[in-house]
Design a protein around this ligand. Structure first.
Ligand code: GLV
Ligand code: MN
Ligand code: MN
Length: 409
């Protein structure tokens, strides 16, 4: 069976790449840190006896052949990029868990019908360019040249960052995989919520992934003297944005299921004694029910418009990404549930609030996810934690599920 000690050691080693003074990790896409993480992962793939390659989008694959090299492969994996000052487990668990599964098969001489591949996707998080799942979009052939114009905070586009990393942005189309090359996609991931902790279970079976909408709201008012401009004569972009942030919180809360987050706000010109003339803020809105999410978005747009009309502010919206929720495959959910039962774990279904590469890969083949219990539900935070025992339990469930899905049918 899988070697939980080896998995834990690799998780700990990978977590030192991009370690921050604040305690978390930062491995943004196409940076030295992400490169170093992929190099380390490639060395683990080699130790596991896998054939290693990188595609035109920088996705890193390790492949183990089955009896029939022409058969569609089972793909397992996740990502090794992180958010700013993120945790040690979000992404790495699925990549290293996948390698552990394949290395165990090799050591035990297990011969599968289908090939099995493990992947470390490029930029799942979207932390650098406000466009996530770049690698999995490329895999499905839906990463467009215009998407590569998204810029980071320093004005560097994805296109430029790819070139700097030695990739040819004109060739991302070559990363697309034909649908008939994949039989299934499976991702092991930390839950990033508190459901499994509440159920006292190490592992859970994901039912589907909530769909995110990412918007940029730009408020244009008028900069002015903080000491001489009467309160009634201002067009304060930041005061308007503050009202809108409050409206977002109210509208999302009122649905009971939608979550709305303003995680970035930038005010200009940025002086203590200058009224803010310009504000950009981000909005991340998600729900497992697309219609509920979209109605909340409509109300937020309406209320933001009213606030800005009243205050004489010009408001514009830019859509950065919009994805529908992605249900997991019934068949894969069944295989994961059966694997849980073999491990003596009651199969517990739960949705994913976080986004994952499986949302895109599901366009090519059936998709499923296994969640591992998170401590206190904390994630995208240095305190993110899952125990060694729970990671091992999740990896065992992944192993049994891959055995089931990759056996020739
Ligand atoms: C990534 O973790 C996301 O859900 O935004
Ligand atoms: Mn993740
Ligand atoms: Mn994440």
């Amino acid at each position: 069976m899988v070697d939980g000690g080896r998995l834990w050691k690799r998780l700990s080693e990978l977590a030192e790449i991009g370690r921050q003074e604040e305690g978390g990790v930062a491995r943004l896409s196409f940076t030295e840190e992400e490169r170093a993480a992929k190099d380390l992962v490639a060395s683990y793939m080699e130790e596991a006896g896998l054939a290693v390659r990188e595609d035109a989008a920088g996705n890193l694959f390790g492949r183990r052949e089955g009896r029939d090299p022409e058969a569609p492969a089972v793909l397992v994996g996740s990502h090794v990029d992180s958010v700013l000052n993120g945790g040690d487990f979000d992404g790495p668990l699925g990549v290293l868990g996948g390698i552990e599964v394949l290395q165990t098969m090799d050591e035990e001489g297990v011969e599968m019908g289908r090939p099995v591949e493990v992947v470390a996707f490029t930029d799942e998080e979207g932390a650098r360019f406000s466009l996530g799942m770049i690698g999995s979009r490329a895999l499905t052939g839906t990463l467009l040249q215009e998407d590569l114009r998204h810029e980071d905070r320093n004005g560097v586009s994805i296109e430029q960052a790819m070139r700097n990393a030695g990739l040819d942005p004109g060739k991302v189309g070559e990363a697309a995989r034909p649908a008939d090359s994949l039989a299934a996609y499976l991702e092991l991931h930390i839950e990033q919520g508190k459901v499994l902790e509440g159920e006292d279970l190490p592992v859970g079976v994901v039912t589907g992934i909530a769909g995110p909408v990412w918007l940029r709201l730009s408020f244009a008012g008028e900069a002015g003297h903080a000491g001489t401009t009467p309160m009634g004569a201002r067009r304060d972009a930041l005061a308007a944005a503050a009202e809108v942030v409050g409206a977002i919180e109210e509208e999302a809360s009122d649905t009971g299921s939608t979550v709305g987050t303003v995680g970035q706000i930038e005010a200009g010109p940025g002086g203590i004694n200058i009224i803010a003339g310009r504000v950009d803020l981000s909005l991340d809105l998600r729900d497992i029910d697309e219609a509920v999410r979209d109605r909340a978005e409509g109300r937020i747009r309406g209320r933001a418009g009213e606030v800005c009309n009243r205050r004489g502010i010009d408001l514009s919206f830019e859509e950065l990404q919009r994805l529908p929720p992605a249900p997991c495959s019934e068949e894969i959910r069944g295989a994961i549930s059966a694997a849980c039962e073999k491990e003596g774990i009651r199969p517990h279904p739960l949705p994913s609030g976080a986004g994952h590469d499986g949302m895109h890969v599901a366009e090519l083949c059936p998709m499923g996810m296994i969640f591992v219990r998170s401590k206190d539900g904390v994630s995208h935070n240095p305190k993110e934690w899952s125990s060694r025992e729970d990671c091992e339990a999740g990896c065992k469930v992944l192993y049994l599920t891959v055995l089931d899905l990759a056996r020739q049918r």
